[in-house]
Design a binder for this molecule. Structure first.
Ligand SMILES: *Cc1c(COP(=O)(O)O)cnc(C)c1O
Length: 348
């Protein structure tokens, strides 16, 4: 396994983080004339005139209590899309290094790589959506800086094999990123339990899915303290607004509500899965550890348009690798799921 200190881009070893006004003064003060803020207040009723904490201390403290890991292993980003981009910028020299991804999977890894002029080497999942470890080992080399694994995977919903991921962690030359956006919907434990054993492991989670906070854009990267300190150094100083941080903290203080909603969504998912599996139109419902189902239909494009015609939008994934005829259906409210099922019956 590669050591993170040797894997980061050379020039970043020397880069100094921006030092904000609030960084340069520590201690108690009553009058803040150091940051060119509007001292009178805000245009809004609620006050936002002060810059937010660039180090997200309160959020990290709370997340560390919830997850049982130390605060120096926690990085908060503007959605998990931000740490995906920052990880590529931290480890990959443009036009020289590459990332590896396993389609069909989440689209942002390849978009972020392309924006950063970093090649994305594809090692497709097998047709039943498992890691092709043999092919992976043949493909990786010293320029393989990041491997993105998504488990539970989007758009397929299945978990990737724990044993294979362990083998990868032991032998991959670069950093292994496990994207756990859907981990709250899974019965399997999070990979954060392995962070102490593998310095080359980074785990991504988000407030966008189970926590129901997609609108505020808060994602989390967890990993080795050195990697986390480097992400802190290269991020925009105020990447989480005061509104983001305040609302994220509020969400995290209502964990019981998240747990209740996950329970309902899982019941709904399993009901929906049973109904779908009985429809003649349905060829396959992929086993899901997430809050969505990947479903293979006959006449999927026609069905997709029919649903849109009735104001119900699902995601057409038929053009993704191994996903011919597949629609990705997010689990909705009980009423929304009934409406979908009604439309499926009338379509048939
Ligand atoms: C939804 C999703 C995310 C979340 O992205 P945010 O930027 O945190 O909203 C990350 N990874 C995967 C695989 C997802 O499906």
């Amino acid at each position: 396994m590669g050591s993170p200190e040797n894997l980061i881009r050379d020039h970043l070893k020397e880069v100094k983080a921006y030092s904000s006004a609030r960084d340069e003064f520590e201690g108690e003060a009553e009058v803040f004339l150091d940051a060119n803020e509007n001292s009178l207040g805000s245009a809004t009723e609620v006050l936002y005139n002060r810059y937010p904490d660039p180090h997200h201390k309160a959020l990290k403290q709370r997340w560390s209590e919830i997850k049982g890991i130390s605060t120096d292993r926690i990085f908060f980003g503007n959605g998990s899309d931000e740490p995906i981009d920052l990880l590529i910028r931290l480890f990959c020299e443009p036009r020289q290094d590459h990332i590896i991804t396993m389609p069909p999977t989440y689209g942002m890894y390849s978009v972020s790589a392309a924006i950063n002029a970093v090649e994305n080497v594809l090692v497709p999942l097998t047709p039943d959506f498992r890691i092709d470890f043999k092919e992976l080992k043949e493909v990786w080399n010293g320029s393989s800086k990041l491997l993105f694994l998504c488990s539970p995977n989007n758009p397929t919903g299945n978990l990737l094999s724990r044993e294979i991921i362990l083998d990868i962690l032991k032998s991959f030359p670069g950093i292994v990123v496990v994207d756990e956006a859907y981990i709250d919907f899974s019965s399997e434990p999070s990979w954060i339990a392995e962070l102490e054993h593998y310095r080359n492991l980074v785990v991504l989670q988000t407030l966008s899915k189970a926590w129901g906070m997609a609108g505020i854009r808060v994602g989390v990267a967890m990993g080795d303290p050195f990697v986390i300190s480097m992400l802190e150094k290269i991020k925009p100083p105020y990447n989480l607004s005061l509104a983001n941080q305040t609302l994220a903290l509020e969400a995290l203080s209502h964990e019981a509500k998240k747990i209740d909603q996950v329970k309902i969504l899982l019941e709904e998912r399993d009901k929906l899965k049973a109904v779908l599996a009985d429809l003649p139109l349905v060829q396959e419902v992929v086993s899901s550890h997430a809050n969505f189902l990947l479903v293979r239909f006959e006449r999927s494009d026609e069905l997709f348009d029919y649903l849109i015609g009735h104001k119900v939008i699902v995601r057409n994934r038929t053009k993704e690798l191994h996903c011919k005829g597949c629609l990705r259906i997010t689990v909705g409210t009980p009423a929304e799921n009934s409406r979908l099922v009604g439309l499926l019956h009338s379509f048939e």
